[in-house]
Design a protein. Sequence first.
Length: 76
Amino acid sequence: MQLTAVVLATYTSGAAGSTDIEVLARLCCHSPHQAEELLDRLVVSRSLCLAYCRDTDEVAWRLSLQVRVGRAAVQQ
């Protein structure tokens, strides 16, 4: 789950990001199904809001407010 969070952070600009689920899975060394499960866990932990379009296999997310605040504090 931590590796998935790091990969998502890499693809996040501002508070949002998107990528293909296949790319995300490959970068995290998981199958697409495993990547979906990990994304679901991050949603349950309220780390991000997620939208997944199965037609295009694109996943888009927005970081939660608490993650954005923490991230801003680290960058300063």
